[in-house]
Write a protein that binds this ligand. Structure first.
Ligand code: F6P
Length: 321
């Protein structure tokens, strides 16, 4: 009898550790008697019938690679009933036992829609934004966090030398999860995130007070979801008379060698996704909650908002005096 087949998709914005997750699914899948295939370029590869047979050796030497060797993409077609029905038909024709979708919010929505049509789909959260409900941490987040902290450490050198203020723009879509963690680890003076409304007057006073208190630089970690960092910096300069520069960390946050933590998370998530499919489960997100592996219905994950850690935000405020 032929082995049952599992399909793997990396979807949405790439995140370091996606390759480690694919490797884990392939290896644990084969160990459990499945055949594995990887669709190329996210859901587009599924709709176009573009896929690879993934063998044990095909994932050798990939645990340490950033990006995704399967390639990725955002696929608007999956949001239409025509695209969705086409995907369901293809999966049934290919006789897939199930699908593991590695990605962020958009990927979860597609996995949920497929589940509603009777396709077994398991999601693995991967996004540098760490904005997925149902997991304390997404694959790639720790790597992006370390990349951004390293960059700010460098910016601090030049900021100190010139007694400057820097507005450093951090990715995160409409959330400030990554910015908060980066700000905490880099020891920035201020973080600006969509989740917390700030009083501009107080901010300007705080910045001025910083230099009065003997600081030789001020760093503001600014979440991209708060609007133009350039405009914000101009307003800070105008209202404080300070020398302000902007540094947008941009896409370097998405690339690079995954950290050990990211690789471990990806490896464990991958193994659990296979376990769930083997048990015949579907529509579940594999995550980590309070240090333990957790499973959350995908429909719950997409209809819930992850909570912003206001306590850490307040601690950061105290640390930046
Ligand atoms: O979701 C990851 C992310 O890098 C966000 O932080 C950012 O807003 C977005 O993707 C950028 O997406 P794109 O690759 O489409 O420019």
């Amino acid at each position: 009898m032929a082995n049952k087949k599992i399909g793997i998709i990396t979807s949405g914005g790439d995140a370091p550790g996606m390759n480690a997750a694919v490797r884990s699914i392939v290896r644990t899948g084969i160990y459990n008697g499945f055949d594995l295939i990887g669709f190329k370029r996210g859901f587009k590869g599924l709709l176009d019938g573009e896929y690879l047979n993934l063998t044990v050796r095909s994932v050798s030497g990939t645990i340490n690679l950033g990006g995704t060797k399967l390639h990725t993409g955002r696929c608007p077609e999956m949001k239409t009933s025509i695209g969705l029905n086409k995907a369901v038909k293809i999966i049934k024709e290919m006789n897939l036992e199930g699908l593991v979708v590695i990605g962020g919010d958009g990927s979860l929505a597609a996995a949920n829609a497929l589940s509603k049509h009777g396709i077994k789909a398991i999601s693995i959260p991967a996004s540098i934004d760490n904005d997925v409900f149902g997991t304390d941490e997404t694959i790639g987040y720790d790597t992006a966090l370390n990349t951004a902290v390293e960059a700010i450490d460098k910016i601090r050198d030049t900021a100190n030398s010139h007694d400057r203020v820097f507005v450093v723009e951090i990715m995160g879509r409409e959330h400030g999860f990554l910015t908060l963690a980066v700000g905490m680890a880099a020891g920035v003076e201020v973080i600006i995130v969509p989740e917390v409304k700030i009083n501009r007057k107080e901010l300007y006073m705080q910045l001025k007070q910083g230099f009065i208190n003997g600081k030789t630089s001020l760093i503001i970690a600014y979440a991209e979801g708060c609007g133009s960092s350039v405009q914000f910096a101009q307003e800070v300069a105008k209202n404080t008379g300070m020398d302000v520069r902007v540094s947008n960390l941009g896409y370097i946050q998405r690339g690079g060698t995954p950290t050990a933590r990211t690789r471990i998370l990806a490896s464990v998530f991958g193994a659990h996704a296979v376990k769930l499919l083997k048990e015949g489960k579907s529509n579940l997100l594999v995550g980590i909650t309070n240090g333990k592996i957790s499973y959350t219905p995908i429909k719950t994950a997409i209809s819930s908002e992850k909570t912003f850690d206001i306590e850490s935000y307040n601690i950061l405020k105290k640390l930046s005096i």
